[in-house]
Ligand binder design. Structure first.
Ligand code: CP
Ligand code: NVA
Length: 303
């Protein structure tokens, strides 16, 4: 499949139809791989990855994904680039566009991705910014679709209304799934994202985790302290009320699944009994990063 957008920076670039088709394509590529391997549809294509922040899953799944589709990926820490010595984003984007077929970047400020996208002639993919994590959402909605039908579902987000939460809200809007978000005051998701998404689905904001999990089919959380706002003081604002534990899981539907993008801090945002328990689908989420990003790469990189 081909997407109309050149870049994937937030998910707002996609139509609901494209979003669902991309997920179905991811499931197809997963089945194909398990049957013996994918076709080399990205033969001779290259991906350049820029990391301003650490990563395990994003780095490995993009690199292996390119390899499995017959292409090649190179990994650059921004510290090793001339960017760190003041070369402009504009010149960096134009330089990379002369070498590579796609750029994936994990950055602090989301505006840096907007600039990369403006000056690069090749697709730019957001591998996480302070504001969004669209690739995680693709994998998460693929995982939800493998376990349940989208229609009539309710997602409960518990904890910090962070980058992963913002992207999940866009995912909910694109798939018509209701979402209830429980955060402490001051930790709500992005107002514009919520406002835009409310046009397509029910997005509820609450401070009560039990309101969010009522009748929920999916319970999601993430770290209380992201890479860009890492400090121990903020954690106190979340505990004990916003921890996903067995009691909170019991208040969701009986067959609800538990999701977390990882890395996780057991004993903080989630207990071991939940994240390592029978309702947890975290390892499917991890695996599906690979399949959904391959679908994305194949859909963005022009033949
Ligand atoms: N979930 C996620 O993006 O993991 P990494 O930070 O390890 O890439
Ligand atoms: N919210 C986390 C997600 C890590 C994948 C962060 O930004 O650090």
């Amino acid at each position: 499949m081909k997407l109309k957008t050149k870049d994937l920076l937030t998910l707002a670039e996609l139509t609901p139809k494209e979003f669902v088709e991309l997920i179905d394509y991811s499931i197809k590529l997963k089945k194909e791989l398990k049957k013996g391997g994918n076709k080399p549809i990205l033969k001779n294509k290259t991906l350049t990855m820029i990391f301003q922040k650490p990563s395990t899953r994003t780095r490995v799944s993009f690199e292996i994904g390119m390899y499995q589709l017959g292409g090649y990926a190179i990994n650059l820490s921004s510290n090793d680039m001339q960017l760190s010595r003041g070369e402009s984003i504009e010149d960096t984007a134009k330089t990379l566009s002369r070498y590579t077929d796609c750029i994936m970047a994990r950055v602090y400020e989301h505006e840096l991705l907007d600039k990369l996208s403006e000056y690069a002639n090749v697709p730019v993919i957001n591998g996480l910014s302070n504001s969004f994590h669209p690739c995680q959402t693709l994998a998460d909605f693929m995982t939800i679709k493998e376990k349940k039908k989208f229609k009539g579902l309710k997602i409960a987000w518990i904890g910090d209304g962070n980058n992963v939460c913002n992207s999940m809200i866009y995912g909910a809007a694109l798939s018509g799934i209701d979402m209830s978000i429980a955060t402490p005051k001051g930790f709500e998701p992005d107002k514009t994202v919520v406002k835009e998404s409310k046009k397509s689905t029910n997005i509820e904001l609450t401070t009560d985790p039990f309101v969010a999990t009522k009748n929920a089919d999916v319970v999601v959380t993430d770290t209380f302290s992201s890479i860009h706002n890492s400090n121990t003081k903020r954690i106190k604002k979340f505990l004990p009320k916003y921890q996903v534990n067995s009691k909170l899981m019991k208040s969701a539907k009986k067959n609800a699944i538990f999701m977390h993008c990882l890395p996780a801090k057991r004993g903080l945002e989630v207990t071991s009994s939940v994240i390592d328990g029978s309702q947890s689908v975290i390892w499917d989420e991890v695996e599906n990063r690979l399949h959904s990003q391959k679908a994305l790469l194949a859909s963005l990189i022009r033949a």
